[in-house]
Design a binder for this molecule. Structure first.
Ligand code: PGA
Length: 264
């Protein structure tokens, strides 16, 4: 059975002290939630990873990196290799977040190399996809999602999917100027993603997370949608209490959905 996936990327916000305080509090608040059911993860800044990796293990919180180079080592100034990330306890690599795509020119081809690098080193690849506002307005969102999946997951074998998660994050929904996707819209795009993944790989259990302006007011509704296995949250999760509040509000929704699908 699929787990429930709830996590946050703290972007370029928390320093080491802030990350430690956040992880300690989040660990304490969520201690009584079984990690057999919940995959709880935090993706902080690179400079915090060594400390976060140690703390995450104590607190049962998986730690991810916000980016990753695709080579093991070499002449790649400014890049961090999967081996280096493994060394500090990172088990998830966030790949091609929309800010990396929009601001730093990251391509689907680069994302594909990073996905392969993560898999080679036993790191879960969290591939982020999503259409821009312009692509949405042009009516090509579905094509864009299919393209990002086909290139991003190119030449993966079916068994590799055990270490792949997909986050659908419409670019226009992300951040302070973002406007959350309506449940109907998000459900429709999750359906496109599921269809594309089954076309590429046959039946599979790749977890699909929704992200983009998830907040305490819309989290439960988004969690209840078909094909939404988790939520990838920014601003609303950066305070441990508020994140815990969202977690507690969506767990029963995910559980109810799983119960219905088992009895169906
Ligand atoms: P947001 O960020 O929840 O603050 O919109 C989401 C993300 O960038 O993953």
């Amino acid at each position: 059975m699929k787990k429930i996936y709830l996590g946050t990327n703290t972007k370029m916000y928390k320093n080491i002290g802030g990350t430690v305080a956040f992880l300690e509090e989040l660990g304490r608040l969520t201690k009584n939630i079984s990690r057999r059911e919940l995959e709880l993860f935090v993706i902080p800044s690179f400079t915090t990873l060594e400390t976060a990796g140690r703390l995450g293990e104590q607190q049962n919180i998986r730690i991810g990196a916000q980016n990753m180079g695709w080579a093991d080592e070499g002449q790649f100034t400014g890049e961090i290799s999967p081996l280096m990330l493994r060394e500090v306890g990172v088990t998830i690599a966030e790949i091609a977040h929309s800010e990396r795509r929009q601001l730093f020119g990251e391509t689907d081809e680069a994302a594909n190399q990073k996905v392969h690098a993560a898999l080679r080193h036993g790191i879960t690849a969290l591939l982020c996809i999503g259409e821009t506002r312009q692509q949405k307005e042009l009516g090509i969102a579905d094509e864009i999602l299919r393209l990002q999946l086909k290139v991003g997951l190119h030449s993966l074998r079916k068994q590799d999917l055990a270490s792949v998660w997909i986050a659908y994050e419409p670019v226009w929904a992300i951040g302070v100027n973002g406007e959350p996707a309506t449940p109907e819209y998000a459900a429709d795009k999750h359906r496109v993603i599921v269809d594309t993944l089954s076309e590429l790989f046959g039946p599979n259990e790749v977890p699909l997370l929704y992200g983009g302006s998830v907040n305490p007011g819309n989290a439960a509704q988004l969690a209840g949608l078909p094909h939404v296995d988790g939520l990838f949250i920014g601003r609303s999760a950066w305070n441990a209490e508020s994140f815990n509040h969202i977690i507690r509000s969506v767990l029963p929704v995910f559980r109810a959905k799983a119960a219905v699908s088992i009895s169906a």
